[in-house]
Write a protein that binds this ligand. Structure first.
Ligand code: ADP
Length: 403
């Protein structure tokens, strides 16, 4: 199967910013990403010429996307398992495959499988009624974290409970949201490590990064994680390689970690390019987007050597109040002040706390690089020069995130 250029065609389910940036990488490899978009104005649908309009849970649309594609891969996990299996049965090459992807779709399946493999994860239990929650709290105490087993992203579907809140829990149960509970982990910070794995079995990992969160959402990524002990970094990379191998992941795997006084715990898995890897576009010899394409096409993987001692990626999150200056004007001023800052805008309308782009800054010292990245992202988001994201008008602190 090939395109008129003779180069392979990759189809991606979903047309968000991850697909948009994967398309950018595909262009350099002589390819053009094909995307399944719900709407024609989605980030990747705006730029990729081959767009299939349809939902990720529409099997016909998935088949239409797959037609003429070498391989089908994903920019999100919201594809029903039965559809993935139907595609495989129909002869479509799906990477990662349904069995692997299930662990990025279902937090309970993932927790159980990792625990079986001896990978450290937070204590957890399914919650189908209030009694389950009470039993868990009796063993582990407050606070706890309640999670939607499926469908959460960017902290939506994650609720921190400091004490009994039967109303909120019952409301979720009544709405039919499959739930689980886990201990609220006292952590030093959050880390992430990415690995790419090809069907041939080659694997490559990047340096471990620190992900800085606000309101359950990633605001900055520091690469490599500043001050991380060498043996901890190596252990995290080995862990990610092992998980990728055990779960037979093909493509990219992001492993989100909690660093605690007692070591590392795995929080979450994603099997696609991930926000924690945007820094690799400028900060690594091979970006996560190109690496994902190489992996799903079974090309040899690219070098993951960093290009700079300190790399900071900061998300541009829509401000609570609309800036008076247009984004175009803000960009103009940003370029005037920081000619070295790399900007990626996703073509999305600005809405409070919505990821509309990111900036990446390279340098020698984290203090300097981090401040420049925060200033740049804050300016693009709000049109004001201040460097603390808490003052940028990002979504107000909410104890319970929903929707
Ligand atoms: P999502 O899939 O929506 O990204 P996560 O499970 O990654 O949800 O959780 C989002 C954020 O919530 C994490 O990055 C972390 O800051 C916080 N969090 C999640 N689980 C726990 C936990 N068990 N203890 C403490 N904080 C947690």
């Amino acid at each position: 199967m090939s395109t008129s250029s003779g180069m392979p065609a990759v189809g991606m389910v979903g047309a968000g910013q991850l697909a948009r940036m994967t398309h950018q990488a595909a262009i350099a490899l002589g390819q053009s990403l094909r995307v399944l978009a719900v709407r024609a104005d989605e980030p990747a649908a705006q730029v990729a010429p081959h767009v299939v309009l349809g939902a990720a849970d529409d099997l016909d649309a998935l088949h239409t996307l797959a037609r003429g594609c070498h391989v089908v891969t994903f920019d999100h996990e919201q594809v029903p398992q039965e559809h993935l299996r139907a595609l495989v049965e129909a002869g479509v090459t799906v990477r990662p495959g349904p069995e692997a992807l299930l662990h990025a779709q279902d937090k309970l399946v993932m927790r159980r499988r990792l625990a079986e493999l001896g990978v450290p994860v937070p204590a957890h239990a399914p919650v189908s009624d209030l009694a389950d929650l009470k039993a868990f709290v009796a063993d582990h105490g407050w606070p706890v974290v309640l999670k939607a087993v499926r469908g959460g992203y960017d902290g939506r579907g994650v609720w921190l409970l400091d004490g009994p809140d039967p109303g909120a829990v019952e409301e979720l149960l009544a709405a039919g949201v499959p739930l689980m509970v886990e201990t609220a982990v006292p952590m030093r910070r959050e880390l992430a490590v990415q690995v790419a794995r090809s069907p041939f079995g080659q694997a490559a990992t990047w340096p471990v990064v620190e992900t800085v969160q606000a309101d359950g959402q990633c605001v900055q990524v520091l690469a490599p994680a500043p001050g991380l002990a060498g043996d901890t970094a190596l252990a995290a990379q080995r862990l990610a390689l092992r998980i990728a191998h055990e779960l037979a992941v093909v493509g990219l795997l992001a492993v989100e970690l909690f660093e605690t006084d007692d070591g590392l715990l795995v929080n979450e898995l994603a099997m696609r390019p991930h926000n924690s890897g945007h820094w690799t576009i400028e900060g690594s010899r091979t970006s996560q987007f190109e690496q994902h394409l190489r992996a799903v096409l079974d090309y040899p993987l690219g070098a993951t050597t960093p290009t700079s001692p300190a790399v900071v990626m900061a998300n541009v999150l829509g401000a609570a109040r609309s800036p008076t200056m247009s984004l175009d004007e803000r960009l103009h001023h940003l370029f005037a002040r920081f000619p070295d800052v790399r900007v990626h805008l996703y073509g999305k309308a600005e809405r409070p706390a919505r990821k509309v782009g990111h900036v990446t800054v390279l340098g020698d010292e984290f203090d300097v690089v981090r401040r420049r990245a925060a200033l740049a992202a804050g300016w693009l988001a709000t049109g004001t020069w201040s460097d603390g994201w808490s003052t940028h008008g990002y979504a107000a602190q909410r104890r319970v995130r929903g929707g």
